[in-house]
Design a protein around this ligand. Structure first.
Ligand code: SF4
Length: 451
């Protein structure tokens, strides 16, 4: 790669974090991988491939593992999904590819597609080989990408393979967005995310770190590039709107996860309350347990049947010792200077299905840390919002795109990932970025002359 140090070399993982966040899916050994690969039926019109948002040719990569062609297997994965390593660890495979495996029809265990993909990608990374793709012949075109998360990374890879310059801007000091800062360390380590991006940078993707993009910089980028890709994710986590929220000891799930992954947080206060019941809330709760909390409570205003977290994540949290409070709502955070307790009130359903506070049902939990995980807002105020074709159309705060090309209502702007879908999986962001990269290239080739 270029003469600069790799992103992974710039980052030293905290040893105590590595010790506390061991891999949730220990890698398959070579023999176990071969045996598992040989169980696959190599289905025609494989439903596992259809269920993958990036449409990895699953039977093909598995067959290559079975025949010992690990480099070929990795190439098959990477051809469809440039972030195939991180997706093998972060994907909810039991609701995607493995959930669709035909083995379910025969009452057999589905093929362990995620672990086989991880096996192929780990072996590829261990080989030290570069990505099996070359940048395309330079076209003189250039695209600025905003946000260095999975959508932008996938888009940039497609652009480079077509000879289009790709420069990614991000406010943070390291690339990867949620892949680097937001996925539980026992699923995907920060170091592994950076290693994957190191390889991608070899295609000639350029990065501008610690560069928050505001309206002025965006206007400048628009005037100097042929197209803009918005992979800006979502904004900050919502506030509760109760007394005491400003106290020390109130944080949010994303800051907690980013803090321990980057080694800034290595221990937890004893008593933690996580407010919310999505996958990020679960990650924060389990992280608190592993960082040494004695009691971790999850607080949710509805019942378990309504939580947005996957059921396997819920089961995992229970196994880790997380306690759940259902049908309760925080009504105040108490403390002198810092959090000392959380006041909760029970909620009762009304006949129309809405919830009301049950009078006289308040109770108090002694708490040292309150972690908010109640959904994220959007961060779109810096986008062109004038009139006519310059406007970027939003719907419920999300950027509206053409699903095939990723193009927005402003033809020079494309978008993908959480800012367009409200927050889905890494693999959905990769699929969006890939489509947009192809869409931008087609648009530049077809009808655009840079001013
Ligand atoms: S559906 Fe299952 S058995 Fe069929 S190709 Fe996919 S992994 Fe193999």
């Amino acid at each position: 790669m270029s003469q600069r140090a790799s992103y992974r070399q710039q980052f030293s993982p905290a040893p105590e974090i590595a010790a506390k966040f061991g891999d949730i899916h220990p890698p398959l050994g070579s023999q176990a991988a071969t045996v598992e690969a040989n169980r696959c039926l190599y289905c025609f019109d494989a439903p596992c491939t259809a269920a993958c948002p990036t449409h990895i040719d699953v039977p093909r990569f598995i067959k290559k593992i079975a025949s010992g062609n690990l480099a070929g297997s990795a190439r098959t994965i990477l051809d469809a999904n440039i972030l195939g390593a991180s997706c093998s660890r972060a994907c909810p495979v039991n609701v995607l590819c493995e959930g669709s495996c035909v083995m379910h029809r025969y009452n057999k265990q589905p093929i362990q597609i995620g672990r086989l993909q991880q096996f192929a990608m780990d072996s590829f990374h261990a080989s030290g080989n570069p990505l099996p793709f070359e940048p395309g012949e330079e076209t003189g075109r250039s695209v600025a990408l905003i946000g260095a998360g999975p959508a932008s990374l996938a888009c940039a890879a497609e652009l480079r393979r077509r000879g289009i310059r790709a420069t990614i801007h991000d406010a943070r000091p390291l690339p990867g967005g949620l892949n680097t800062y937001g996925i539980a360390e026992y699923k995907l380590t920060l170091a592994d995310s950076l290693h994957e991006i190191d390889l991608l940078a070899q295609l000639g993707v350029e990065f501008r770190f610690e560069t928050p993009v505001d309206a002025a910089l965006l206007a400048q980028l628009e005037s100097t590039h042929d197209a803009i890709f918005l992979g800006i994710g979502l904004g900050g986590i919502h506030q509760l709107g109760v007394a005491g929220e400003q106290l020390a000891g109130v944080t949010n799930a994303l800051d907690l996860i980013a803090g321990y992954k980057s080694g800034l947080i290595t221990t937890s206060p004893a008593r933690v309350a996580v407010v919310g019941a999505g996958n990020t809330a679960i990650d924060a709760a389990i992280a608190s347990v592993r960082l040494g909390a004695v009691e971790v409570h999850m607080i949710y205003r509805r019942g378990a049947e309504h939580m947005s977290a996957f059921s396997f994540e819920y089961e995992h949290a229970k196994q880790e010792g997380v306690n759940f409070f259902w049908h309760v709502q925080p009504t105040a955070i108490r403390g002198t200077g810092s959090v000392e307790s959380l006041q909760l009130t029970r909620l009762a359903p009304t006949t129309d299905g809405s919830l009301i506070l049950e009078p006289g049902s308040e109770f108090t939990l002694p708490i040292d840390l309150v972690v908010l995980a109640i959904g994220q807002g959007t961060h779109t105020t810096f986008l062109p919002n004038g009139s006519g074709s310059a406007t970027i159309q939003l719907e419920r705060g999300r950027i509206v795109i053409d699903r095939v090309s990723g193009q927005t209502s402003n033809p020079k702007y494309f978008a993908g990932g959480d800012c367009t879908n409200g927050g889905r999986e890494v693999v959905d962001a990769v699929a969006d970025g890939k489509r947009a990269g192809i869409g931008i290239a087609a648009w530049l080739e077809g009808n655009h002359v840079h001013a």
